[in-house]
Ligand binder design. Structure first.
Ligand code: GPP
Ligand code: MG
Length: 291
């Protein structure tokens, strides 16, 4: 059967979709006719390198976990990661990570101060999430917080393509939405994280309690969404409507697919809607620049 190259397996571009969505929402809000096409190219470059960095350090830190993966609920079977199969050495992977890190910073420097700041924060969270001594992915709640912050800072990195002001209510909503969606991914990893001895939120609290957490988050997200619809600009209202419609649907689907601690949720429940919306917001952002 067709198998992707070791490089694609290391950087996992399909999994990027979860982060490309907040990036493109930010891009849509931030883009304007004052945005220079050259800065858009370096902006894309920096984000490309941050994503390569985040996923490569994750692979570096997860060799002991990924070997147990059976291919379920993820963009790929993680047991065919090049570090697990031995296609590349730890040293080669570390050098690549360094290259991605430097690439992200150099490209960001050509865009602007606030963008550099978000890129540095994203690189730091990527490291802290995956690698010791912090390795937040194995700390209950810490794993959810890190991913929620990644969602927020990818969104802010998107906005900094222009000079648009940041709506604090929307930033909190992005944080809550990212937490809600991340919870499902940590439940789907329950079995193989447990086998590897990790103490993730799902391993410590169990699926049922995390679903209860999702109910609270979903209700809060809807309240914030309504507040945004009542108070924010038309562009933000569109985003709030999408969030209010899809979050409760997604939470209910997740609840119905939970069997004990096992969540049988197909990855496409996240990848397809996020992928389509990413494309739509990218087109809208480009339209704002060229129109
Ligand atoms: C997902 O890996 C990887 C991340 C959430 C880190 C991304 C960081 C960036 C700065 C882009 P996974 O699918 O292997 O899951 P896990 O979180 O269990 O490692
Ligand atoms: Mg991993």
């Amino acid at each position: 059967m067709f198998r992707n190259s070791w490089f694609i397996c290391l950087i996992r571009p399909i999994a990027w979709i979860v982060f490309l969505f907040p990036i493109m929402v930010g891009f849509y809000l931030g883009a304007s006719k004052d945005t220079s096409p050259v800065s858009v190219i370096f902006w894309f470059g920096a984000l490309f390198f941050v994503l390569c960095f985040g996923f490569s350090v994750n692979a570096l830190g997860d060799v002991d976990v990924d070997m147990y993966h059976d291919g379920r609920s993820k963009d790929m079977n993680l047991s065919s990661q090049p570090l697990v199969t031995g296609e590349i050495s730890m040293l080669q992977a570390k050098l690549l990570c360094l290259f991605f890190l430097v690439g992200s910073l150099l490209c960001a420097l050509l865009v602007g101060f606030y963008f550099v700041l978000t890129i540095i924060i994203l690189d730091v969270i990527g490291y802290v999430y995956s690698l010791p001594p912090f390795r937040m992915k194995k700390r209950p709640i810490g794993d959810i917080l890190c991913n929620a912050l990644l969602g927020v800072f990818f969104f802010l990195a998107g906005i900094t393509i222009g000079n648009a002001s940041v709506n604090p209510l929307l930033v909190i909503t992005v944080f809550l939405v990212a937490s809600n969606f991340y919870i499902t991914t940590v439940i789907t990893d329950y079995e193989f994280d447990k086998k590897a001895g990790l103490r993730t939120s799902a391993v410590v609290y169990g699926g049922k309690r995390l679903i209860n957490g999702m109910y609270v988050l979903t209700a809060t997200i809807c309240i914030f969404g309504i507040a945004l619809i009542l108070s924010a600009s038309f562009e933000v209202q569109i985003i709030a409507v999408i969030i209010i419609i899809y979050t409760p649907i997604f939470t209910l689907i997740t609840k119905n697919r939970l069997l004990g601690n096992q969540l049988l949720l197909h990855k496409n429940w996240i990848l397809i809607p996020f992928g389509c919306l990413t494309f739509v917001f990218f087109c809208l952002g480009v339209f704002k620049i060229v129109a």
